[in-house]
Design a protein around this ligand. Structure first.
Ligand code: GRF
Length: 195
């Protein structure tokens, strides 16, 4: 069976990338194959995770030429699906159009709460704690030109507990939600594409 050639864009620690790599290793991504990891941060540990897994890992300077370089890599690998996994750069409308409906992003809240410009990383969990929500979670959505506004593919709720700090909550949301729904959402989209 043909697998959807997938590229993962990263900027940080790469725990979501690791979840994808581990899911593939457990045979949970029968319709997808991670062929390329690209980071706009040279120090991103996600690049090491890719290298350790034998996946092509590329760093591109986070400047005006980034997208041209990214396009070259995506075309070289015949990329069909793109996953933003802790990727901290807004993609151009042109690139999103070129891969319309085939770029997914994981956001660490239940969209439409705590999302949009300025809501990323710990800031999301700080906002959830200061609002006093009892449930938060993660969302995987299709990427469109407006940040965190595309069609929602999957969500998973996570309980906020007494005494949670933003760091504790972030870890729980990653472990119990992000790392579960990102591989599942990728497989669902890949199956639709190649099934
Ligand atoms: C995660 O919280 C993810 O939801 C957000 O950025 C963070 C990146 O984590 N988009 P990692 O690089 O996947 O560990």
């Amino acid at each position: 069976m043909l697998k959807a050639k997938t590229a993962v864009l990263v900027s940080g620690g790469g725990t979501n990338l690791q979840a994808l790599i581990d899911a593939e290793g457990r045979g949970e991504l029968p319709h997808a194959e991670i062929k390329l990891v690209v980071s706009n941060k040279e120090s991103a540990y996600a690049l090491k995770r890719a290298e350790d897994a034998g996946i092509r890992a590329e760093y591109l300077k986070n400047d005006a030429a980034f997208e041209a370089g990214l396009l070259t890599l995506l075309e070289e690998e015949g990329t069909e699906l793109i996953v933003l996994a802790g990727f901290l750069r807004i993609l151009s409308a042109d690139l999103i159009k070129r891969y319309e409906g085939r770029i997914i992003n994981v956001h660490p809240s239940l969209i439409p709460s705590f999302c949009g410009m300025g809501f990323y990383g710990l800031k999301v969990h700080e906002a959830a704690l200061s609002r006093g929500v009892k449930l938060t979670g993660a969302t995987v959505h299709i990427v469109t030109a407006e940040a965190d506004a595309g069609p929602i593919l999957m969500q998973k709720a996570v309980e906020v507990k007494e005494g949670d700090t933003p760091e504790i909550l972030q870890k729980r949301v990653m472990k119990e939600a992000e790392w579960v729904i990102l591989p599942a959402a990728l497989e669902k989209l890949a199956e639709k594409l190649k099934g």
